[in-house]
Design a protein around this ligand. Structure first.
Ligand code: GLA
Length: 733
């Protein structure tokens, strides 16, 4: 890996192990152009690269046609309203009410290491494993500087990019739109891959062609959302895992975002990703900075599989900070689907006792333990234990659970307030709302304005008191509604457009304080299932609840979409009861266990009430968890088959980094009449090593890595739907 500035041609060259990203400064005005992103090329050919760029003339040679230069030039960071009519990177309003802005080269520096971003999640690296390039661009007329930074990491084919704005003028500048990333490239008949969804069906893969104009996804719901994921990829060969160019982009942010492509009249593409311009306007005072969240850019010349593994490695090694990243997480049982709101300490203790017998290691008490909350209409904000349910208080309950031999975890939804709560009676103005308009309720709740200091302190105080009041080792931090009625009494009328971003900054500040004060706490984020499953939250919590839909078959799609970007170790996945509470489907207990094994693993059912057979299967599932979790947590992920395509079966694999062990999970979704065995080809093995093949603990035989990868493994067809097989490959010593 290296970053260089080639003085003669004024070219910046960013090289990871297998990719190159090339920018150059053009004309005496100093336009920063994007010239190349792809497989490595010879840096000595930089003059040749320059010769490819159109238009051939620059404004200093041809003032007459300045606009045709600006409207074609492949900008690395485009401004607004100066003669380039494609999508904008930055939009502003200066003190005169004008919006023209054009950023040109000022200076640059290259250094080893990588800086963090105050108040925002950010990838991290040190002087040994990372290098950073910062390029300063300036508009001297407006008085604004943009410092664009690019960082790379040893052994990882990704570039992390961000931008900082500095107001150099004497007046406020309003930032009306800030894309972290924008750059132009040639169209080579790419499709756009994004992930869409809804509650209980998050992160479904969606491919579409890129038409002229803008093709984009966005969220302006105050969180990254169920509906779209802050991710996009340009793909050449559809969802081929191992062929075709792929450009993948992930936003390290948990709030409103926009990600898209603008196809121009000349068939070039402008790619962009940043904070959604809707509900955003930031007043930047003189002398102040604004930092945009990071975008991770990732190029693969060989399909989606490589993109996925690059994201996984980057997130595991340079984003997730929790101690638990490298540890087996306790196998938990959560009482939500077991009891919903109808529980008391006796019920929890009875679940804990039975769970302990099965080998489960932690009890998580979900929603309904505080205030007067017996349904979802009340008490959010009143984070005081309901002693009618939890007799003798939280400390006593936790001691009892610990005495049974289980750890204890708890659920909270700190950002919310129920109109029916003591907190609301005292502080109705603490809810986000627009004066004079009754705020829109969702799940009968409103959102606390945590951008106000007194609200922030109250919320943090309650979390801290609860966590410190007993031996609580895990917190599920939920967020069950999206933002609306954006109004804050804490902000002046010139700053109301800052609320959505400030809200996310406040969530980050709360979680930062929490993880600093309680470094051993295992934090799991959640948002009505998986509406805030994004790279931003992974900076604070090593795992996020994937979806409220824990049906094993629905989870195949949800976990496939999620693992396209995020490591398996981050995906909250549990075995739940049947018929499934979301879709009413009944699947074998084994299949539920095998699918959840590719996530954090746990249970979400009343272990005292399930069938004896299912209960008896739990210890074996937990043995599997202990046997395979290291592999699942740290291994390389390969998607081997997708039910989305073949409509019959699904298969994926985790392979140890040294290639000596692999776990393939195979699910026969639908039985085929008069069907034949399926051939599954594992990947990532070592050609010459001899592997033992085990199917669900049955020894099948042995073969070399090369044979297995090419000829495959034959998985018997079975009668009936929804069967799963765990195929374990282990190299013989
Ligand atoms: C959300 C979560 C669930 C559960 C409920 C409790 O929907 O995703 O797992 O915690 O809230 O109200």
């Amino acid at each position: 890996m290296d970053i260089r500035y080639l003085e003669k041609d004024r070219i910046f060259l960013i090289e990871t192990d297998n990719t190159a990203y090339i920018m150059g400064i053009v004309d005496e005005e100093g336009f920063l152009g994007h010239f190349y992103y792809g497989d490595k090329i010879d840096p000595e050919d930089s003059s040749y690269i320059l010769s490819l760029i159109e238009p051939k003339y620059t404004p200093s040679e041809n003032k007459r046609d300045r606009s045709s230069f600006l409207d074609r030039f492949p900008f690395e960071y485009p401004g607004t309203n100066v003669g380039d009519y494609r999508n904008t990177g930055l939009e502003i309003e200066d003190s005169n009410g004008n919006g023209s802005v054009m950023l040109c080269y000022e200076s640059h520096r290259i250094f080893r290491g990588k800086n963090g971003i105050e108040g925002l999640p950010a990838t991290f690296g040190n002087e040994q494993d990372s290098i950073t390039l910062e390029i300063s661009l300036i508009d001297k007329i407006v008085g604004i500087r943009a410092v664009i930074s690019y960082s790379i990491f040893e052994g990882i084919d990704a570039i992390v990019r961000s931008v900082k704005f500095e107001n150099l003028s004497d007046d406020a500048i309003y930032l009306k739109k800030v894309m972290t990333m924008s750059f132009d490239m040639e169209n080579e008949d790419y499709q756009l891959l994004t992930l869409h969804g809804s509650w209980a069906r998050e992160r479904m893969m969606d491919f579409r062609s890129i038409g002229y104009g803008d093709t984009l996804v966005e969220s302006f719901r105050g969180e990254s959302s169920h509906q779209f994921q802050p991710f996009m990829a340009l793909v050449q060969n559809g969802d081929s895992q191992d062929s075709g160019k792929v450009y993948g982009f992930s936003f390290v942010y948990s709030g409103n975002f926009q990600a898209g492509v603008c196809r121009s009249q000349f068939d070039s593409l402008r790619l962009y990703m940043g904070i959604c311009e809707k509900n955003f306007c930031w007043k930047l005072d003189p002398g102040k900075d604004f930092m945009a969240p990071e975008v991770i850019m990732n190029y693969s010349s060989c399909g989606l599989g490589k993109m996925t593994r690059t994201f996984h490695d980057l997130f595991r090694n340079h984003l997730i900070r929790s101690l638990y990243k490298d540890k087996e997480r306790p196998v938990l049982i959560n009482n939500w689907e077991a009891t919903y709101f109808d529980f008391d300490s006796d019920k929890l203790i009875s679940i804990a006792k039975e769970a302990k017998k099965c080998g489960i290691e932690m009890l998580v008490m979900d929603d309904g333990w505080f205030g007067k909350r017996n349904d979802d209409n009340t008490s959010l904000g009143d984070w005081y234990v309901n002693e009618d349910k939890i007799k003798g208080g939280l400390k006593k309950l936790v001691e009892e659970i610990n005495a049974i031999g289980l750890k204890f975890g708890i659920w909270m939804e700190p950002e919310m307030i129920s109109p029916a709560s003591e907190l609301y009676e005292k502080h109705p103005d603490w809810a986000i709302q627009v004066p004079g308009r009754e705020p829109c309720r969702s799940r009968n709740q409103l959102v606390l304005d945590i951008t106000r200091e007194e609200v922030f302190e109250y919320v943090y105080g309650r979390i801290k008191d609860i966590i410190s009041s007993a031996n609580i080792e895990y917190l599920k931090w939920d967020m069950n509604r999206q933002l609306s009625d954006l109004g804050s009494t804490g902000l002046g009328k010139d700053r109301q457009g800052e609320l959505s971003h400030r809200y996310v900054l406040a969530v980050y500040a709360l979680q930062e304080r929490l993880v600093k004060d309680f470094p051993n706490l295992l934090l799991e984020n959640c948002s009505g299932g998986g509406a805030r499953f994004d790279a931003g939250m992974l900076y604070y919590s090593p795992q996020i609840w994937c979806s409220d839909d824990a049906d094993a078959i629905e989870r195949l799609k949800i976990q496939e979409g999620t693992s396209l970007i995020y490591p398996l170790s981050t995906m909250g996945a549990h075995v739940s009861d049947c018929p499934n509470h979301t879709v009413g489907r009944t699947t074998p207990f084994k299949t539920r266990g095998d699918v959840a094994l590719s996530g954090t693993f746990g249970y979400e059912l009343d272990v005292t009430r399930i069938s004896e057979d299912d209960r008896k299967a739990i210890p074996g599932q937990i043995d599997n968890y202990h046997k395979y979790n290291e592999l699942v947590r740290n291994g390389d992920y390969y998607r081997l088959a997708s039910y989305r395509h073949n409509h019959e079966y699904d298969a994926w694999e985790a392979v140890d980094k040294d290639g000596k062990r692999a776990l393939v999970t195979y699910v026969q979704v639908i039985a085929t009449p008069n069907g034949k065995n399926k051939i599954i080809r594992p990947a990532g093995l070592i050609d010459k090593l001899l592997y033992e093949i085990w199917m669900d603990d049955r020894y099948i035989g042995a073969a070399k890595g090369k044979t297995l990868e090419n000829a495959g493994i034959s998985v018997p067809v079975r009668q009936g739907d929804y069967h799963s097989v765990l195929i374990y490959l282990v190299a013989k010593e």
